[in-house]
Write a protein that binds this ligand. Structure first.
Ligand SMILES: C[S@@+](CC[C@H](N)C(=O)[O-])C[C@H]1O[C@@H](n2cnc3c(N)ncnc32)[C@H](O)[C@@H]1O
Length: 275
């Protein structure tokens, strides 16, 4: 059975995972839209091919100079991604039934459920304890009790469940954490939205060999950042795109290069957080 979101089909009903309160853009803030108050609007948004914001920084504003009216927020902290980008990322994973998959950023649990429906053994890490607990309940109630949801910093991966055939991050990195590489089997794949030097919003596909991961930007993907990898808006908005950006991640750091350019044009991100 499949569920349609525009032209995209996914194997699980998204309505089983999106919370009853979602957030929509108002005049100045992200405003709550409650399923019991506006059931048709909720249903229309959740069954459309678009991202749905499910948590905001309302309680702890990310911009300390701003205060928000009760219930409002400004920055999305969790969302259910647009089904079409989910499908694109799952396709890029080159998944086969029985593969062990590490997902970073559980959010609603919907992407984890889709991976499980395609036959993967899923371990998912969510940094926010409340969001993780809600996803655990939703996964159990929707018939995916075998998906393991861990609360913690996904940049560390999930060493106790490694090795993985695949890693899929659903929050953007500018520096791919090396633990993801270390915890991926030789010949495995890492799919991660990338926002950093050389690419503002790219989908990165990395293949793992001999303890290194290498690959390039294979599509577009605009995701909220990993909590520890936020860029200042002034930096993020001024990123110059290098078509065909190539990325290599080793234990020593991350190297970025335009295809065909000499090494001197490469950017090293060395000394990133030691894990
Ligand atoms: C776009 S949402 C994920 C969507 C989710 N896969 C789904 O299907 O609903 C990004 C999530 O990543 C989480 N996140 C951000 N930084 C993280 C980190 N360092 N480790 C684990 N989760 C993180 C956020 O709390 C948020 O829930």
């Amino acid at each position: 059975m499949t569920f349609a979101y525009g032209e995209t089909e996914l194997p699980v009903d998204r309505r089983l995972f999106v919370p009853d309160t979602i957030y929509v853009s108002g005049e100045r803030w992200l405003e709550p839209l409650r399923r019991d108050e506006q059931p048709e609007a909720w249903d229309r948004l959740v069954t459309a091919d678009q991202a749905v914001t499910t948590a905001t920084d309302g309680d702890e504003p990310l911009h300390p100079h701003l205060t928000y009216p009760p219930g409002m927020g400004y920055v999305p902290l969790s969302s259910s991604s647009a089904p079409s980008i989910m499908a694109q990322m799952i396709e890029a994973l080159e998944l086969e039934p029985g593969m062990r998959v590490l997902e970073i950023g559980t959010g609603t649990g919907y992407n984890a459920a889709c991976l499980a429906a395609y036959g993967a053994e899923v371990v998912s890490v969510e940094i926010d304890g409340g969001i993780a607990e809600r996803a655990r309940c939703a996964l159990r109630d929707a018939g995916f009790p075998d998906v393991v949801v861990l609360t913690g910093d996904g940049e560390l991966g999930a060493a106790e469940h490694a090795p993985f055939d695949r890693v899929i991050a659903t929050a953007a990195a500018h520096t791919v954490p090396y633990p993801w590489v270390r915890q991926t089997k030789d010949g495995g794949r890492i799919i991660v939205p990338y926002t950093g030097d050389g690419c503002q919003y790219g989908l990165l596909a990395l293949d793992v060999r001999d303890g290194e991961a290498a690959g390039q930007v294979v599509g577009d993907a605009a995701f909220m950042p990993l909590r520890g990898q936020r860029l200042h808006p002034a930096v993020q908005n001024n990123i110059e795109d290098w078509p065909g950006l190539e990325v290599r991640v080793t234990a020593e750091g991350q190297r970025l290069a335009r295809p065909g350019t000499p090494l001197t044009a490469a950017v090293w991100t060395a000394g990133h957080r030691a894990h």
